[in-house]
Design a protein around this ligand. Structure first.
Ligand code: ADP
Length: 727
């Protein structure tokens, strides 16, 4: 049975194997058992119901919570050649009827609707005439009051299902895993003896980082500037914060959009589209943005404010790297966030047990922001996973390379000022006194007479505030609750004032910008994707995911057969776009690689040392000579001079991938590349075995036979090494 499902996966979606978790869910559904699947964002829930839908008779009804996003989901399916449509309030009654009629004729395999539709008697009777074999409920946690997105209309689903004479098979899908939510989903939807699957929650391609006491605005600005060509989302806590931050980014020439519930519908819609279409690369938004958005090439998610709980955080952060390529998730903590979230809970939740529950979850989030342990382990344990390794080597706690500075003296100045102001004022006022302000209020209160008045005159006001925030975040100071929070000393601060303890702060290093000075094949393919997307009026990621383009750039397929082996290229997409991309790759090889057109016939041209100019006079001319060389020759030369691959990437401001490409180009031109340096001994024979089985023409089948640790570059290295020997 699973073979059939694999066939559908390959044919329509162009993927070769199921991801962890998908297979069991699909098997269970194909056996006709109600199924609850809990899979983290980006794990591939949609395919877990779309594939059974394609194999079942009749139509699958998909309940999806956001009307505005159904069109995207359906567009994406149509791109894969899957007959699907949606019915929602954006359509006229005539159009609704026509779609139902077509559904009756069996024109669609999937029909998306919002739960509110089921409240309409007439719509329910229209549905009666359809052969619905399977009902998939997306974002099923909306049915639970314990979930973070409770939607009363989801409660209609249970009674609706009961009322049906021919009850369809039910699949419920969510990323939220707590026990209460699980129980609610099963009960409220009336699942009958369901199989429940909880996939591993780990998303290994995501890097997690928490930062405390940063100047957030400066940090975000620097970060976005360093990532202008990448898509990212910045979540901020309030609409006002979203407006301000977006304005700052725009003022600095960055292509930022915004999204929150206070905007006009059409502005929000436009903003979302600009982001999906890569017109604006960074989206500043409240948590109103994102549910159901499956833009797969989001490369970073920054939380400008701490969210209310881990479920919300992981779901939002998980919007990075859905395509399996690296994604960065950064959380900027400030103590005011805790005050705000606590205030919101107090104001909006009145049931005592629910309030307690929310406060407990909030504390879990605060703990996450302070833990010195591995962040990934902390998250996974929160979701109930066991046997997690101690360190992931891919979070800010495991890879902490920040510099540590001693700020004891500054801290003492701040603490003693707060003490002298009798712990009755907020951050701004304390900072003003330290800075030596003589404003009216300070003079009135005679704070200008304090010995601490003006003792931090040389530091900017913002920096003093940042320091105070850091000291709050590190539990030296406490911010009281209420509308005008006051800073108070905690016992830790007293030890510092007495000189019995020191205060240290880690200073974060911003990721340096990689200025890829030359266009790589991947960039070229991205540009081509953008052109096609504009032509077809579709978001670029719906044409092909970043991961698919990256694989194309690595493998360089030269015919349709090779192209369909690229992960993410199914039959329909091959038909529609295959030739465009094949031509793009071909022209890149011919135009961009010096002598590329001659490559195929001249592969065995022998390496001639004279090809690389040797410095004859002084250092300057040596450098000049080097700069005149084709870029990939410069890379090889630097390597031969003793630089590592990483050094070269840093010195030349190239990505590691481009440096690797350079070696391959040099090898294709016949230059001797010391391939052994790049081939772990234990992998070489495994790669050669795989080559014996599936041939050396295509990389994908070779990669599929090997364990995940074997990198593409190693495979190329082995092929290049042995080609030279063979020739
Ligand atoms: P979720 O709904 O769980 O957040 P999606 O269904 O949107 O995740 O899938 C995330 C991305 O992963 C999509 O781009 C999808 O095409 C891709 N994907 C899903 N299943 C596979 C698979 N078996 N192999 C490769 N990519 C996959």
């Amino acid at each position: 049975m699973i073979e059939k499902a694999l066939g559908v996966l390959r044919r329509y979606f162009g993927y070769t194997h199921f991801r962890d978790g998908q297979q069991k869910v699909i098997e269970s559904l194909l056996l006709g058992t109600d199924t609850l699947a809990i899979m983290p964002t980006g794990a591939g829930k949609s395919l877990a119901y779309q594939i059974p839908a394609l194999l079942f008779q009749g139509t699958t009804l998909v309940i999806s919570p956001l009307i505005s996003l159904m069109k995207d989901q359906v567009d994406a399916l149509q791109q894969y050649g899957v007959p699907a449509t949606f019915i929602n309030s954006s359509l006229s009654l005539k159009e609704v009827r026509s779609r139902i009629e077509r559904a009756e004729r069996g024109d669609y395999k999937l029909l998306y609707i919002a739960p509110e539709r089921l409240e309409s008697e007439s719509f329910r009777s229209l549905l009666g005439s359809l052969h619905v074999s399977f009902l998939a409920i997306d974002e099923a946690h909306c049915v639970s009051q314990w979930g973070h997105d409770f939607r009363p209309s989801y409660l209609q689903l249970g009674p609706f299902l009961k009322s049906l004479s021919n009850r369809p098979l039910i699949g419920a899908f969510t990323a939220t895993a707590t026990e209460e939510v699980r129980v609610d989903i099963i009960q409220n939807l009336g699942l009958s003896d369901p199989n429940v699957f909880v996939s591993g929650f780990d998303r290994p391609n995501l890097t997690f980082a928490t930062l405390r006491g940063e100047n957030k605005k400066v940090f975000v600005l620097d970060y976005v500037k360093a990532h202008t060509d990448q898509a990212g989302i910045i979540y901020a806590g309030t609409r006002k914060e979203v407006d301000n931050l977006q304005a700052v980014l725009i003022k600095n020439g960055l292509k930022a959009g915004k999204y929150h519930a206070g905007m006009k519908d059409e502005d929000r819609q436009k903003s979302q589209e600009d982001f999906l279409f890569d017109e604006r690369t960074v989206m500043v938004a409240t948590n109103a943005f994102g549910m159901g958005i499956d833009k797969s090439n989001v490369r970073y998610v920054i939380h400008y404010n701490m969210p209310k709980n881990m479920e919300a955080y992981y779901q939002e952060a998980g919007r990075a790297g859905r395509d399996g390529e690296p994604g960065e998730c950064l959380l900027l903590f400030s103590p005011q966030d805790v005050v705000l979230q606590r205030y919101l809970i107090e104001q909006t939740i009145f049931q005592p047990d629910r309030k307690m529950n929310e406060l407990k979850k909030l504390q879990g989030m605060v703990d996450y922001c302070h833990t010195p342990r591995c962040l990934r382990k902390t998250i996974l344990e929160y979701f109930g996973e066991e046997n997690i390794q101690e360190e992931c080597s891919n979070c800010s706690n495991c890879n902490d390379e920040r510099e540590i500075v001693d700020i004891t003296v500054e801290a003492q100045k701040i603490f003693s000022c707060i003490y002298r102001m009798r712990e009755r004022y907020g951050i701004g006022m304390v900072a003003d006194v330290l800075r030596g302000s003589r404003n009216k209020k300070i003079l009135e209160l005679r704070f200008d007479e304090l010995t601490t008045h003006g003792i931090m005159r040389e530091v900017s006001l913002q920096e003093i505030k940042d320091r105070i925030n850091y000291l709050i975040a590190e539990n030296y100071l406490q911010l009281s609750n209420g509308e005008y929070p006051v800073v108070k000393l905690l016992p830790n601060a007293v030890l510092v004032i007495k000189g019995e303890a020191k205060v240290r702060q880690k200073v974060s290093l911003l990721p340096s910008r990689k200025e890829t000075e030359e266009v790589s094949l991947f960039d070229r393919l991205r540009a081509l994707r953008r052109e096609i997307a504009q032509r077809e009026n579709l978001p670029p990621y719906m044409i092909f995911a970043d991961s698919t383009l990256r694989e194309m750039a690595q493998v360089c397929p030269n015919d349709r057969q090779a192209m369909i082996r690229i992960s993410g290229v199914g039959e329909r997409k091959l038909e529609k776009y295959g030739d465009d991309f094949l031509a793009g790759i071909q022209s890149f090889i011919e135009v961009e690689i010096p002598g590329g057109a001659r490559l195929k016939s001249k592969l065995s041209r022998s390496f001639n040392e004279d090809d690389i100019e040797t410095p004859k006079e002084n250092g300057n001319s040596a450098n000049n000579a080097k700069e005149k060389l084709p870029s990939h020759h410069q890379t090889l030369m630097l390597y031969k001079e003793g630089l590592t691959l990483e050094d070269i990437a840093n010195v030349r401001k190239l990505t590691a991938l481009t440096v690797q490409d350079h070696f391959v180009r040099c090898s294709l031109e016949g230059h001797a590349v010391p391939w052994n340096d790049f081939i772990p001994v234990e992998q070489e024979s495994a790669i050669l075995d795989a080559v014996c089985k599936v041939g050396r023409e295509k990389l994908r089948p070779i990669k599929d036979l090997l364990s995940d640790e074997v990198e593409w570059f190693t495979i190329r290295a082995v092929l290049e090494k042995h080609k030279v020997i063979a020739e």
